[in-house]
Design a protein around this ligand. Structure first.
Ligand code: SF4
Length: 396
């Protein structure tokens, strides 16, 4: 049986944060019960697909899945279990917001198999939380970690955001110290990004808010890397640090270019060589799922070879271990040098990549320039159309 990761999207939030461009909606709580029924209908429609696999991870993301009634999430886990095997050591994770998730709730989910909780703390500074439109208090973060521990959740992650306008190194260090002081097992730290169409995006365009320079971001990122490593965390992905045994197995599936089923409104999936995206709006998703699950898919396509090699490169380079060149050859029947020799050579010369033991990985100074390295490779493919298929033909 092939391993399979399953992502379940819960799109409801109490407030839509000003920086957020996720498929998340405030004010639609009245849809929660029918959304649960729609998810169960989608799972029923996928039962044949699921039955060919063993599920190695389930991740409830959002939105704010930790505010969906526990019995709804348990019903989803049970429905997946009824359709196929869930590996005994499967990771089942839940994103929660501080202050909205209490111990009995987490205890009920732990009994159903949830063993990882990811807390959307983002900051331990009240003013920063206000800037981000987060509605929780600093105290609520610690209380949520404690609830997760008391509920015997094995792995607890904290999400942090750095690079807020005007954030000083000292403020960022204080956030890291707070997170470490709570004894969590995993830290995810992402730079604040300005997404088009968000309130933050409008404020930046209007000149009301000035975002930090790349040099400042690099300094803040360096502080996180040094402090988390010093505290015994191992950085395994550009934005993720884990204590031993606490890496996110579900997220690793994405970065390893593995297959996953996405369920729910706007969920993306990569299943049996096909990428797909579900209908985004919860109301339309519910209508489509209840009418007959195939209708929930808004768009599906088989990536062409050029798209597949870029996706592979972009995802695998996020992991600090990189990837063996032999794996690229095995998957695509191509020598990576033939396809990307020129842009990767430039990145190596610039010190952004390491090449050891026939593995390619980003160097320390390349971590924050991952997007640039991938963009150069994509530009090379666009200016040399046919390089992938030409190389494949030559290899045959
Ligand atoms: S709580 Fe998370 S998903 Fe919801 S709006 Fe805020 S950032 Fe987006």
């Amino acid at each position: 049986m092939n391993p399979l990761a399953v992502y379940v999207h819960i799109p409801f939030c109490t407030v839509k944060c000003g920086y957020c461009d996720f498929n998340a909606y405030a004010g639609l709580d009245g849809l929660k019960r029918s959304y649960r029924d729609a998810l169960l209908a989608e799972i029923a429609g996928r039962s044949t697909d699921l039955s060919r696999h063993t599920v190695t991870s389930i991740a409830f993301g959002g939105g704010t899945p930790g505010e969906q009634p526990a019995e709804d999430l348990i019903a989803v886990i049970d429905a997946i279990r009824d359709s196929t095997g869930i590996a005994p050591d499967a990771e089942i994770s839940l994103e929660v917001n501080p202050g909205t998730t209490v111990e009995p709730y987490l205890r009920a989910l732990q009994s159903a198999g949830v063993n990882r909780v990811s807390i959307g703390a983002q900051s331990f500074d009240a003013q920063e939380l206000q800037f981000l439109d987060r509605i929780h208090s600093v105290q609520a973060i610690g209380a949520t970690v404690l609830s997760a521990r008391r509920a015997n959740i094995e792995s607890v992650n904290i999400d942090l955001i750095f690079g807020l306008p005007g954030q000083t190194p000292r403020q960022w260090e204080a956030n890291l110290e707070h997170a470490l002081g709570l004894g969590v097992d995993h830290v995810s730290a992402y730079a604040l990004t300005v997404e088009e169409g968000t309130r933050l995006g409008h404020r930046v365009s209007a000149g009301e808010v000035e975002m930090p320079s790349e040099d400042i971001l690099a300094d803040l990122y360096g502080i996180a890397t040094a402090r988390l490593e010093q505290a015994g965390f191992h950085q395994y992905e550009i934005s993720n640090w884990a204590a031993t045994g606490h890496q996110s197995r579900h997220n690793r599936t994405y970065w390893e270019y593995g297959e996953y089923l996405g369920l729910g409104a706007g969920a993306h999936g990569f299943f049996e060589e096909e990428r797909y995206e579900n209908i985004a709006h919860p109301r339309q998703y519910i209508t489509a799922a209840l009418a007959g699950p195939p209708g929930v898919i808004a768009e599906a396509y088989h990536p062409d070879r050029a798209t597949a090699v870029i996706d592979f490169l972009a995802l695998r380079l996020r992991l600090l271990e990189g990837f063996p060149l032999a794996e690229f050859k095995r998957r695509f029947g191509l020598d990576i040098d033939t396809v990307f020799g020129e842009p990767l050579g430039r990145a190596l010369d610039a010190g952004l990549l390491n090449y050891h033991d026939r593995r390619l990985a980003l160097s320390q100074s390349g971590h924050l320039l991952h997007g640039e390295v991938v963009a150069q490779c994509l530009a090379h493919l666009r200016s040399h159309p046919g390089v992938v298929d030409g190389a494949a033909a030559a290899a045959r």
